[in-house]
Design a protein around this ligand. Sequence first.
Ligand SMILES: Cc1cc2nc3c(=O)[nH]c(=O)nc-3n(C[C@H](O)[C@H](O)[C@H](O)COP(=O)(O)OP(=O)(O)OC[C@H]3O[C@@H](n4cnc5c(N)ncnc54)[C@H](O)[C@@H]3O)c2cc1C
Length: 476
Amino acid sequence: MTARPDPAVLDRLRLVMGPAGVLDSPADTAPFRTSFGGIFRGEAALVLRPASTQEVAEVVRLCAEGRIPIVPQGGNTGLAGGAQPDGSGASVILSVDRMRKVRAVDVVNDTLTVEAGVTLAEVQAVAERVDRLFPLTLASEGSCRIGGNLATNAGGTQVLRYGNMRALALGLEVVLPDGRIWDGLRGLRKDNAGYDLKQLFIGSEGTLGIITAAVLRLFPRPRATATTFAAIPDPAAAIAFLGLAKARLGDSLSAFELMRAPSLAHAVAAVPGLASPFAEAYPWYLLVEASAQEAGEGLGSALEGLLAQGLEEGLVLDAVIAASGAQRRNLWALREAQAEAQAHAGKGVKHDISVPVSAIPAFVARADAALLARFPGILPFTFGHVGDGNLHYNPVMPADWTDEMRPARAGEINRIVHDVVADLGGSISAEHGLGQLRVAEAEHYKSAVELDLMRAVKAALDPHGLMNPGKVLRAR
Ligand SMILES: Cc1cc2nc3c(=O)[nH]c(=O)nc-3n(C[C@H](O)[C@H](O)[C@H](O)COP(=O)(O)OP(=O)(O)OC[C@H]3O[C@@H](n4cnc5c(N)ncnc54)[C@H](O)[C@@H]3O)c2cc1C
């Protein structure tokens, strides 16, 4: 779909939105047309910024009439190019960034109803003000918005205990591709009255409709946190230690993050003020956190007991426990600096894979061996939410590869890594979605039956293919 939109329809959209809701100069639209990090860029006839569900519905209805494709956008922090249009200028971008209302807080039901443009950090703060926790935690939380979190089924560092956005949303309000509003804003924990429609829209990356509001689950605020940074010999030790941690800490285990030696060293080199907690270098590291409702010594002792057993069994080589809030933040800073570390190390080929937790050691061993056999100069670079079986496995290309060589080699690296993932029953996108980045890879690895089912859902909801075309699925 590359035809320029009818100027008469664009004028009607301008009229509906008013000056506050429309951007059309190249300078004003540039930040919306360009992705985080500048990797994906596109063209758009207009950027529309409705301030209410009714305005979204009106915009979508007019676009449906004029057959104008819509690219939904939240905080524009997505890493798969899902919020960027193609280069034709045929689409409009619909940003929910002016939809910022907190509609309801129900502390008895432990729910919060917010509009799609509320940032994740704002949601966390509203929950804190009523002495509750909204547990989704991402390094992009100051900018990403709840609509985008839902549309990508965001994960992050607390999935192990609380689940991803699929588990954190009880209800949704969605503007459908024909402009109708589906009010599914139910705050129910049990609801077996037919298909669970909200789950169709969660993770659909804007291809089935515009999420305008959501009912989110809240949790009791933990009163105590215990955090350790541990050096370990290899991924097999990480998974064995995860088993011990689950057995000893039970539900209080809330984060279990893995880093590899080069990625930690690059984080320390890239970010001023960061330091490794250890004098010597080890091959792999874990950041493990537990949290509990009751303040007191119990959690710290449980973590010490876990580490003692890990050391005794040779799973842990060395470890520090955070003795203060400041020390805890320093340990987390090492994990959160992995994006900067990646940039410092060189040009990486990024993967956001998941495999069954039990298959993590086999995945790393097989992917490393296959890559190093084909490209001996490659630098393994790995970090991620290993407690969920999710790794950002981002090998860094040798510095002497030229700009001309890199695209073809990156494609080859993707194929090597994703073949191992597929063979182990894994997924090529664990938390960032497919966007435009991984559409072709998904077509390669998904079965014909699965692709047919996805196309049938898309055709049923969006028969004219106007919602975020080219993302998740390509038209046949
Ligand atoms: C530093 C950094 C760290 C990150 N860490 C994590 C992490 O740990 N875990 C993780 O899961 N992700 C992570 N991300 C990726 C990103 O932050 C998440 O995908 C986030 O959920 C995207 O939200 P957003 O509002 O920025 O969405 P956008 O980037 O604006 O959009 C993402 C997708 O959702 C669609 N969309 C947006 N809003 C709506 C809506 N209202 N209705 C329908 N569709 C919509 C868009 O069309 C697009 O396809 C990270 C990103 C950065 C930059």
